[in-house]
Design a protein around this ligand. Structure first.
Ligand code: CO
Length: 133
């Protein structure tokens, strides 16, 4: 069912510092910042030959990554994102197998495509995002 690894997301305390490190030290292609108020984050994408890295910085009072950064002040891997052909079929299959989908109704993700998140406790302690391919 799952396809390509779309991205690995890393929560960072300072987006510009992290982006500069990827751009200058690691020599990566780095996007402009994108604010996603609906998700409570500002993101920068790092384009790699086989996937992307999504740097996430908290945006606003109730950012879902604020707690993560309190526990991991230097930042850390926050989630991984797989592509799926049919996000509604994926949600049904996951729920039918008894696993928790955090938002049963897909939200618009950073790429303008619908996304859902699955409960990390049900998936080996990893927050998993599914994105419509
Ligand atoms: Co993501």
């Amino acid at each position: 069912m799952i396809g390509r690894l779309n991205h690995v997301a890393i929560a960072v305390p300072d987006l510009q510092t992290a982006a500069d490190q990827y751009r200058h030290t690691l020599g990566a292609e780095v996007s402009d910042p994108l604010t996603l108020p609906e998700h409570g984050v500002t993101t920068i994408f790092i384009k790699l030959p086989n996937t992307s890295i999504e740097l996430l910085e908290p945006l606003g009072e109730n950012s879902p990554i604020a707690g993560f950064l309190t526990k991991n002040p230097a930042g850390g891997v926050h989630h991984i994102c797989y592509e799926v052909e049919d996000i509604h079929a994926a949600v049904e299959r996951i729920a039918a197998d008894g696993y928790r989908v955090l938002n049963r109704t897909p939200k618009m993700g950073a790429h303008g495509k619908p996304v859902v998140f699955m409960h990390p406790k049900d998936f080996s302690g990893t927050l998993v995002e599914l994105e419509q391919a």
